[in-house]
Design a protein around this ligand. Structure first.
Ligand code: SAH
Length: 442
């Protein structure tokens, strides 16, 4: 689990350390030399990112302490659900009980959850997913930043607005200095501790990406996720060597026939192989699928959820498919808000305990209440778009994306307000930002 509140190192054993946050102990992987018991660190996504001085740590901890416990109280009060007392749906109650005791959910049980439709049963489903989220993760919410560095793409994904099908789109490709400046702003000004760099496939060579990532790792303390499509095993190894530690790569659908239909000339297996190789190399994996693809069945969705677990996802990224006019799937109808929420909730039941569930921008585009609803139905992660505003509108994977024209401070403000109302600790936004700008309001 990740916290960007400074924590105190309690023990160091080989590459694993135990970090204390106001009495809560978390494990993190450490690659810093000379880390000792008693040092203060920022950890993120299970990695120690950087050391901080005792003075800086004590200052920000004093700003956090009261807030930390009051947010917890709010969250505790909102999770009033007691599954064993649920008279409404005995089967959901039994599944919650067994899952929370460590039993893996079966495909049949998942199907049962995905196909619930009665309002009171759905209410129980969402509340129980929230109960599991609270039980496994407490009130921490991950807030990663994403920078979309180029919309150039060589692929022909049938659903995607930046694929080569779209000849009307103005293309952009950020230069290395532009990327570094965007990272600097995100890390130093806004306090992000984890960033995803994303682009269409083939927009940069692996050597260019390695050079950019090396520079970022040299200049800033931040966890870097890559999301450039398929770059091959060698490419993954080079970017790991350069300092990347996470991969965001959705497999889009677990159904190989459907995959072939929407990705002409591509095979699902090759994408899966890449995700597996990345995991073997030590990358943290964010993966998932599109919900509402044409001809997708509930069984497909259940397999999608189970596949994300098998791929060792540390974060599940499941979002609605939203049709784009300049693609072959232009006429497709988006899924219902309720369907997406059911998938997020079911994912919480199926995921490994330590896995996070992302509330995607796609879902926020589908419904203005998505973030709030997703976060109380199993979700505990959001991504803020820190792509420079001059480019943001051109990363048009689907039309009218949420937050397309909001500045980063506006997004932070909105996120912090929502997290505060839900009693969640926005633990990946820098303490600097939260403390100076928001602590008085929180
Ligand atoms: N080149 C990278 C990034 C692709 S864009 C890669 O191959 O992984 C990032 C994600 O946007 C895709 O994985 C896809 O799931 C999502 N996406 C693309 N088009 C979309 C659409 N029309 N609706 C919803 N999500 C879409």
């Amino acid at each position: 689990m990740c916290y960007a509140i400074p924590g105190k190192v309690e023990s160091v054993e080989a590459q694993m350390v135990v970090v204390d946050y106001f009495g809560e102990k978390k494990k993190a992987r450490n690659e810093l030399p000379n880390l000792a018991v008693g040092d203060y660190v920022y950890a993120q996504g299970g990695y120690v990112i950087t050391k901080v001085s005792k003075q800086e740590a004590e200052e920000s901890l004093s700003g956090w302490k009261e807030l930390f416990f009051s947010l917890k109280d709010t969250d505790d009060q909102l999770v009033f659900f007691a599954p064993e007392n649920s008279a409404v749906d005995r089967r959901v109650a039994r599944i919650v009980k067994e899952v929370s005791q460590g039993k893996e959910i079966s495909p049949d049980e998942l199907k049962y959850l995905i196909q619930l439709s009665d309002e009171s049963q759905l209410d129980i489903l969402f509340k129980s997913a929230n109960f599991l989220r609270h039980k496994y993760h407490g009130n921490a919410c991950c807030v990663h930043g994403i920078i979309e560095i180029s919309n150039n793409c060589r692929k022909q994904c049938g659903y995607c607005g930046i694929s080569i099908y779209n000849r009307q789109l103005k293309r952009y490709r950020m230069s290395k200095p532009e990327i570094i400046a965007a990272v600097e702003e995100a890390v130093n000004k806004y306090g992000f501790k984890a960033l995803i760099l994303q682009s269409g496939e083939g927009a940069y060579s692996v050597a260019e990406l390695a050079d950019i990532i090396k520079q970022i790792k040299q200049d800033f303390s931040v966890l870097i996720f890559i999301s450039f499509g398929e770059i091959g095993q060698q490419g993954l190894a080079e970017l790991y060597q350069a300092g990347a530690r996470g991969l965001l790569m959705r497999f889009e659908t677990s159904n190989p026939d459907l995959y072939r239909k929407i990705h002409p000339g591509q095979e699902l297996d090759s994408r899966l192989e890449e995700i597996r190789q990345a995991y073997q190399m030590g990358y943290l994996i964010i993966t998932g699928a599109l919900i509402g693809l044409p001809a997708q069945t509930d069984n497909d969705i259940i397999n999608d959820i189970l596949l994300a677990r098998t791929l060792n996802a540390e974060m599940f990224s499941f979002g609605p498919f939203i049709a784009h006019a300049q693609t072959p799937l232009a006429a497709a109808v988006p899924p219902a808000e309720e369907k997406v929420l059911k998938v997020l909730a079911a994912a919480r039941f199926a995921a490994a305990r330590e896995a996070k569930i992302l509330v995607t921008t796609g879902f926020e585009t589908l419904s203005s209440r998505a973030r709030q609803k997703g976060l109380v139905s199993g979700g505990n992660s959001v991504m803020l778009n820190v792509t420079p505003l001059r480019y943001r509108g051109f990363y048009a994977i689907y039309p009218n994306r949420a937050h397309e024209s909001e500045t980063v401070p506006e997004q932070i403000d909105e996120t912090v307000k929502l997290l505060k109302s839900l009693g969640r600790a926005p633990t990946d936004l820098g303490v600097g930002v939260v403390k100076q700008k928001e602590a008085s309001k929180l």
